[in-house]
Design a protein around this ligand. Sequence first.
Ligand SMILES: Nc1nc2c(c(=O)[nH]1)N[C@H]1C(S)=C(S)[C@@H](COP(=O)(O)O)O[C@H]1N2
Ligand SMILES: [Mo]
Length: 387
Amino acid sequence: MSAEPSAAAPSATGRKVVKATPAELMEDTGTGLDYGTRPDRMPGDLTPTDRFYLRSHAPTPRLDTATWALHVEGNGIRHPVVYTYDDLWHRFPLVSVTRTIECAGNRRVLFGEEFEHTFAGTQWGRGAIGTAEWTGVRLRDLLEPAGITPGACEVMPEALDEIRARRPLPLAKACADDTLVAVAMNGEVLPADHGFPARLVVSGWLGAASIKWLGRIEVSEHPLYVPWNTEDYVLIGPDFPADGPARGPVINELPVASLVELPWPAQLRPEPQMIRGRAFAGENRVARVEYRIDDGPWQDAPITSPHTPGAWVRWQFRCNPEPGDHTLRVRATDDQGNTQPDSTSWNELGYLQHSVLAHPVHVESPPRREPSHQEWATRSRRRRTIG
Ligand SMILES: Nc1nc2c(c(=O)[nH]1)N[C@H]1C(S)=C(S)[C@@H](COP(=O)(O)O)O[C@H]1N2
Ligand SMILES: [Mo]
């Protein structure tokens, strides 16, 4: 398989990302790097690549597969190994999995609204989540030829971007069946912005674990501390004690949350219709989704897609909304009995908002139609009868 990097030079346009990010499909958070998927533009089970959210801490690097290499190193292996791009395509079984990736900062703006506070960090609405079919090589298959030592405990993927993004995983998660070094997304060669030529995909964990633009994988016999597990992507606040060199507990698995596929606020017509959405429970399965309109009862929103661990489910319900202003609430429950709470515990960086959202919905009044010709005829006939 030869490389298919897109040809556009990043500096020509001054843009920091390569793919188009039109406002009909994506929400611009204002950083030039981070774009959310519009929740009302999700047609299928998978998020089309053209609108899959983007979260990058530095501009998309343009890597050449002719010179690209993936180095496996560290004191947790017996001998270093170097893989080429062709090695990934031809030396190992390729595996395809459908997995959701969600940023730990998703819904940060709504978290802020709950606390009347602006959390620092990317100003995400609800769009920092997407699901793709990822194809690649199991990370485990790439580590084994290097000879993992009995004392190895952590595996740290590291990127070739400007910031050398990196974050360690426990060896067991690194060696899971569905931890992949992906080379393709939704059946096409990985796009530049999503990590070309190769990215990690870590099922059910925060997006920051799924390192893009891989260049090196370190296997270590001792715990590793880097900015992304000490300063960022940790929970900092009164409820969360510091943990060794980390300012608070490290975020790994994501909690259960749901998403309504309507704009915020939503405008609906006063007619029978389907309301749809998604729910995701990290490493767990979504067991149940319920909705509530205003102070009405909680009712089941049937789940309409298959359950794959690590991938979102779809749900929908039928309603016939009354004109006026309403609040729609949706709450999902996972197979471990965790339900979305009424509020999320405050943490300084505004991560893991997953409480039930009060979605504002305005339902139009029925249009004051001009009477049809037929109706005029009926009315004038009646008038004649009365008169
Ligand atoms: N090298 C690198 N990998 C990265 C990042 C990054 O900035 N650099 N961002 C991480 C974060 S925070 C998220 S949420 C996901 C986003 O993946 P996407 O841009 O493909 O949606 O990538 C992760 N991998
Ligand atoms: Mo993220």
